[in-house]
Ligand binder design. Structure first.
Ligand SMILES: [Zn+2]
Length: 179
């Protein structure tokens, strides 16, 4: 506090910048960057596309029950938005859920959670439900990803197809920029 001619001027610290949505949702932004490398204009286009259709149907066929409540699952949650998970090369990091359980992990009240927050909530509920084996499996697969083992992804025909699409997409952008 500074006193000037009897006036007390209070210098307040500038308010801390609020944890902005941009930072909170950086995983979603990175996801969109990856999708554009794979040739998708955005997440909505990816969800409508063949890659996701194949990945989603395959996962739901093998895990038809909601992980948390064992009702019929009709949604698939990404634990991670790496290229490999987006293309279904790491199905262990996808989780089948019913609509209610998916909403419960994705939203806090009416507010959308960031991906790490949603995953933390999912892990918490899985822990409550005694899904220790699943929790350990996910931990292992997440650790593998961090250590950068991409051999499977490299050998996958899906990744070649996606890479080809990405190249075509970039070529189209280039042509449009010069045309
Ligand atoms: Zn459920």
């Amino acid at each position: 506090m500074v006193i000037v001619g009897g006036w007390r001027l209070k210098y307040k610290k500038p308010p801390k910048p609020k944890k902005s949505d941009g930072k909170k949702f950086k995983e979603y932004r990175r996801r969109n960057d990856k999708l554009s490398q794979l040739g998708y204009a955005g997440y909505a286009e990816y969800l409508k596309g063949d890659d996701w259709k194949r990945v989603r149907e395959d996962k739901l066929r093998r895990f038809p029950q909601c992980l948390l409540c064992e009702r019929v699952a009709n949604q698939v949650h990404h634990l991670d938005y790496s290229h490999e998970v987006l293309l279904g090369l790491r199905p262990q990091l996808l989780v089948t859920l019913c609509g209610d359980c998916h909403e419960r992990i994705e939203f806090d009240g009416g507010e959308k959670r960031s991906l790490p927050e949603a995953n933390a909530e999912l892990r918490r509920l899985a822990h409550e439900a005694g899904l220790t084996r699943w929790l350990n499996m996910v931990k292992q697969h997440s650790a593998k990803r961090r250590s950068g083992k991409k051999a499977r992804a490299k050998s996958s025909p899906y990744l070649y197809a996606a890479a080809r699409r990405a190249a075509e997409y970039q070529e189209r952008i280039r042509r449009e920029a010069h045309g």
